[in-house]
Design a protein around this ligand. Sequence first.
Ligand code: FAD
Length: 408
Amino acid sequence: SYDIAIVGAGHAGAQAAICLRQMGFAGSIALIGEEQFPPYERPPLSKEYLAGDKPFERILLRPETFWSERQVDLQLGKRVTAVDPFAKLLTTSGGTQTGYGQLIWATGGTPRMMDCQGSNASNVFAVRTRADVDKIMARLDNTQSVAIIGGGYIGLEAAAVMRKLGKQVTLIEALDRVLSRVAGPSLSAFFEKEHRDHGVDLRTGYTVDHIETDEAGHAVAVRCGNGERIAADMVIVGIGIIAQTGPLIAAGAAGGNGVDVDEFCRTSLPDVYAIGDCAAHANAFANDRVIRLESVQNANDQAKVAASHIMGTAEPYQAIPWFWSNQYDLRLQTVGLSVDYDQELVRGDPVSRSFSVIYLRGGKVIALDCVNATKDYVQGRKAVLEGVPLDLTELANPAIPIKEVSHA
Ligand code: FAD
């Protein structure tokens, strides 16, 4: 039995263990993860790691010896299948049981896969884990053409890497623009042009009917809803994740799309916290809507909140969201959330490949997407936090630093 069991050894789970020790927690900690590898950074999986520019050792969250040095009992290759919140017991895939005093649920999500014919073919891949990406990399030598399904960040980043590696890339997005879930039309249009300029055959408004396979069961093409056939030696699917909440919900935790948590990351079950991608929480930066945030920022900051609540020093979760994406030589930095924005303002000229998109609600800056514009990102962050209506003409003028823009 452990004083604290953390389920999920990804960004959030690892950070929770790190924070607890930093805060002086002296009890026993188990960090239980389904993957075979010690906690590592996920963002490089669709960037430097996929490109072969960074070996696995360099994306570990901590050196391998860190966990034993900090008396964190890292248990890899173990899936928690059931939670008994009354007896405070976890059951793992091997059938063994582990007791806990407090439980931190940090299981992230599994990639949503296509449910059409052919989607189980051996060369149809997700990009969520090191194992996924190793499978992709192992086939690259025999791959000329790649079909990517999904125009979110992961699909776009994978497209950029595949182009860099010289592959022929077709990207299929069902909606009428890429990044529609997270950004406004200006940013979508910019990235669409960039990808086309870099040779990606980008098809928006294309649905997938099925994946065509050969006799050996390998995918050979994507068949679109309009009948078009896109030949491919490999298919990469990046259409979002499903929060991994099964055992907790089965144990009676409130939730639906994610496990519901309060401002201290507490679930509705006693002594059970949930953090990271799987935690549905009301977010002040999302107009108080209940959301799940899929970002390193959220994983780390919620880990800190849960750990400090356990230590009796909690402050409610109120961290400002931020995110980044690297595609080609473009560095996108996002701060705030554009949820319920009513105005979108482009600051600078996208043609210069250094500009920002500013999202406003009721005249206040609520989010920025900054492309190769770190100064805007830093100063825009303050504008989001201050929440003061600003002069829009000045705000749109890149010659005026955001911090010098007059109040409206
Ligand atoms: P995860 O990191 O997914 O960790 C959850 C772990 O729990 C997994 O290892 C899983 O195997 C394990 N697990 C699940 N169920 C069980 C179970 N029942 N028992 C035991 N273990 C279990 N964010 C950014 O901010 N910037 C980026 O540029 C960015 N790029 C990304 C690129 C890719 C390819 C991906 C996949 C994600 C990216 N993200 C990025 C998102 C970021 O990585 C996630 O938000 C973050 O990893 C969430 O951390 P987490 O701990 O909640 O989940």
